[in-house]
Design a protein around this ligand. Structure first.
Ligand code: GLN
Length: 240
């Protein structure tokens, strides 16, 4: 069987917040289950594979996210991949560029996004910086607390075609309206770094189940669950 291909998009532009760790988590969680995985790292100017299972976009600076959106639009393969059912997981700047539009710079210049998520991002009242805790309702109806570190000046509003990924308990999330992240078909955007899939392995498994279109047996995650419990207790105690 062909290895499950995971594409890490433009580390030189969208790699400053450590979100590349999300790729390592996904590859390892496949390998630990005996599933062959292939990690492809693509830089601007390289052709993006059009038939991978999962594409990862991370956080970045304002100027870099404009370069990234331009390069992705020019390449075009991400649009085809999404049309063919690929999963996209985008964090922070990556999340903003998958939307319809976002603003950058002192003059709040409006930049057109990829339009994969029906969301729009504009500069917020104050920069959202700190621990984020959000309640994600999983496909089976059970709740799971997502933890991560948010650091963004843009505030994101969802249009009617996107639904929130989770509900904020502590932090700002999309814009302070109690919602965090967005989901539209198989495209998921979210604000937390961490990397977020290291902190929240259930979300990593959800992405893999979407990409593979099948149920995956759980892994022995006792150690990471112990760390999660400590982190959740700390964030609840200290708040923001
Ligand atoms: N430049 C964007 C903002 O500040 C995204 C920042 C990030 O990726 N952490 O809103």
């Amino acid at each position: 069987m062909k290895p499950v291909e995971i594409v890490l998009v433009y580390q030189s532009l969208l790699g400053i917040y450590g979100d590349q760790g999300n790729a390592k988590i996904l590859v390892n969680r496949l390998k630990w289950r005996g599933i062959d995985a292939k990690l492809t790292s693509v830089e601007p100017g390289d052709a993006l594979p059009a038939d991978a299972a999962l594409y990862l976009l991370g956080g970045g600076e304002d100027a870099a996210q404009v370069s990234a959106v331009n390069a992705l639009r020019e390449d075009g393969s991400l649009f085809n991949a999404v049309d063919d059912g690929a999963v996209v997981f985008a964090v922070c700047a990556g999340y903003q560029i998958t939307g319809n539009s976002f603003t950058i710079g002192e003059n709040d210049d409006v930049v057109e996004g990829l339009g994969l998520l029906d969301v729009d991002t504009r500069r917020g009242a104050k920069r959202a910086v700190g621990e984020l805790l959000a309640r994600w309702t999983r496909p089976d109806g059970s709740d799971y607390l997502l933890t991560g570190f948010e650091n963004h000046g843009g505030y994101t509003r969802l249009g009617s075609a996107a639904r929130p990924l989770a509900q904020v308990e502590i932090g700002i999330g999309n814009n302070g309206d109690g919602t965090e992240g967005a989901v539209q078909d198989r495209v998921i955007g979210t604000y937390p770094h961490g990397p977020v899939l290291a902190r929240n392995p259930a979300l990593a498994d959800h992405l893999l189940e979407l990409a593979l279109d099948r149920h995956l047996d759980p892994l022995p995650d006792a150690e990471v669950e112990g760390l999660r419990a400590e982190r959740l207790a700390f964030v609840r105690r200290t708040g923001r």
